[in-house]
Design a binder for this molecule. Structure first.
Ligand code: AR6
Length: 179
């Protein structure tokens, strides 16, 4: 685990399973149909219980690069923010869409005036975004957000495997001294 304080907000990187983390909002790596799936999405739906898929069905979908909020079912959270990252295709818009997915979650956090949010590494599993490219993008988007007033006091990045955790940690160490 690694914790840094940026403009009074703690940013923590930890290796683990996001469904075990308590936070006001847990971010899900969803698909545009909000139809459930594998990876984080599967773990979150399993842990939250069947009310979640019902809520997702009512919403109907979410464009790539955006996020929508639901309640959190049985998870120790108030909200789940379902973020849809891009399927990586080596296109210039991949980076813009990934950044926008994180930004949408941060906008929802401000909308609901929450104090804590936990993110997984969006798009770097089934959607194939290389972690070494996604990590600095995710972190820069979060660090940029912390340059403006925020309700957030605690941001967690919950990285599932050792390689992803190490990649994020190294990317953050490179980014922080420059700020
Ligand atoms: N907690 C934290 N991270 C996790 C967990 C977990 N419980 N499980 C997996 N990861 P992915 P994507 C990591 O595939 O690439 C789904 O089917 C995983 O190791 O969950 O955005 C959706 O329905 C990887 O580092 O999300 C979509 O169709 C990261 O989370 C599609 O996959 C993201 O992997 C979304 O693909």
């Amino acid at each position: 685990m690694a914790t840094h304080t940026i403009n009074g907000v703690t940013l923590t990187l930890l290796q683990g399973n996001i469904v075990t983390v308590a936070a006001d909002a847990i971010v899900n790596a969803a698909n545009a149909a909000l139809a459930g799936g594998g990876g984080v999405d599967g773990a979150i739906h399993h842990a939250a219980g069947p009310t979640l898929i019902e809520e997702c069905r009512k919403i109907g979908g979410c464009p790539t690069g955006k996020a929508v909020a639901t309640s959190a079912g049985k998870l120790p959270a108030r909200y789940i923010f379902h973020a849809v990252g891009p399927i990586y295709q080596s296109r210039p818009e991949d980076a813009r869409l990934l950044k926008s997915a994180y930004q949408s979650c941060l906008e929802l956090a401000e909308h609901y005036q929450i104090q804590s949010i936990a993110f997984p590494s969006l798009s770097t599993g089934a959607y194939g975004y290389p972690v070494n490219l996604a990590a600095p993008l995710a972190l820069t988007t979060i660090l940029d957000h912390l340059q403006t007033p925020t309700s957030l006091q605690r941001i967690l990045l919950v990285l599932f495997d050792q390689r992803t955790y190490t990649t994020y940690q190294q990317a953050l160490e490179k980014l922080l001294p420059a700020r």
